[in-house]
Design a protein around this ligand. Structure first.
Ligand code: BTN
Length: 321
């Protein structure tokens, strides 16, 4: 109901009476009044004047499940969506819910995380202004497919940034999304599995959206949509676009990407064609990333002429943070 009221007030731009709102939305005036107050609690500034009605003065910059879901039709990802004000980590929250039997498709997002987790045991700084969320999926796949699922998620976010902002977002293999040479999105995928089948996958995604700056230790490596665009992004609308792209990409990836889709992925992969180095079993491989296999592995042609196929690991790419 909050989303419907907001949409009328936004469209109209002027005062709309309580009577008019209740007639248009088919609910009582008391329900309108309660929802207007709930919107104010969320941070929206709504003026009310006797005999004139309500007028939206200022939108709250908050993630709002109703606004995100508006017009969103997805087959798996985001069929259910829960936005929390604060949580330790959305990955931890999804894992707790998965253990209680939650079905595939749930997204848990949070305005802030008090214990945001990055890859390799790092922390993920989760100040307000970002989009931090985890998608729960239960694909009928072997655990070895986890790498391709993560790859697909990065691809989905990359496509959404390109579509919504027009920025030249690219993938740093396997699953960081970068703009220029700086990171705008990180992904941490965790799973539970039986020997030969995945039980669930928790795909945790952090996107830097309206951050004006970053802590000293990461400011040379991180960027945000705000820094790149020079203006704020409507996080609810953008999040909707991300969910839609993730749904499209993950649904087709679970069946396996077509040749065309894989070629599109490669075009957006900033790692291919660059000089890279990666540590593998005590050996430092230095060379050039030359391709991505249909299974999503990175092919490196080493300086000594040997071809290596890498399926995971921290790859250092020359010129990218
Ligand atoms: C990385 O690049 O190191 C991965 C960062 C992943 C961060 C996201 S934010 C939402 C989800 N919850 C977490 O605790 N981590 C992931």
């Amino acid at each position: 109901m909050k989303a419907e009221i907001l949409s009328v007030l936004k469209r109209d731009g002027g005062y709309v009476s309580g009577e008019e709102l209740s007639r248009r939305l088919g609910v009582s005036r008391t329900a309108i009044w309660k929802n207007i107050n709930a919107l104010r609690d969320d941070g929206y500034v709504i003026a009310s004047v006797t005999n004139k009605g309500y007028r939206l003065e200022k939108c709250a910059d908050l993630l709002d499940a109703d606004l995100i879901r508006k017009g969103l039709e997805t087959s798996i990802v985001g069929t259910r969506l829960d936005v929390m004000k604060s949580v330790d980590s959305t990955n931890e929250e999804i894992k707790r819910r998965a253990a209680l039997g939650e079905k595939s498709g749930l997204i848990v997002a949070a305005e802030r995380q008090t214990g945001g987790k990055g890859r390799l045991g790092r922390t993920w700084s989760s100040d307000s202004g970002g989009i931090y969320f985890t998608v729960l999926i239960r694909p009928d796949l072997p655990p070895s497919d986890i790498a391709s699922i993560t790859l697909a998620a990065g691809y989905g976010v990359c496509l959404a940034i390109r579509e919504y902002t027009g920025l030249d977002a690219r993938i740093k293999w396997p699953n960081d999304v970068i703009i220029g040479n700086k990171k705008v999105c990180g992904i941490l995928t965790e799973m539970a599995a039986q020997t030969d089948r995945l039980d669930y996958v928790a795909i945790g995604i952090g996107i830097n959206v309206n951050h004006e700056e970053f802590p000293d230790e990461i400011k040379n490596k991180a960027t945000s949509l705000l820094i790149e665009l020079g203006r704020k992004t409507d996080r609810n609308e953008f999040f909707r676009c991300v969910i839609r792209q993730l749904d499209l990409v993950l649904s087709s990836f679970i069946v396996s990407l077509s040749v065309d889709e894989m070629n599109d992925f490669k075009k957006l992969c900033a790692t291919v064609g660059r000089k890279v180095s990666v540590q593998r079993g005590g050996l430092l491989i230095e060379g050039k990333a030359v391709d991505i296999t249909p299974g999503g592995e990175l092919v490196i042609l080493s300086d000594s002429g040997t071809e290596y196929t890498i399926n995971s690991g921290e790859v250092t790419v020359q010129g990218i943070y």
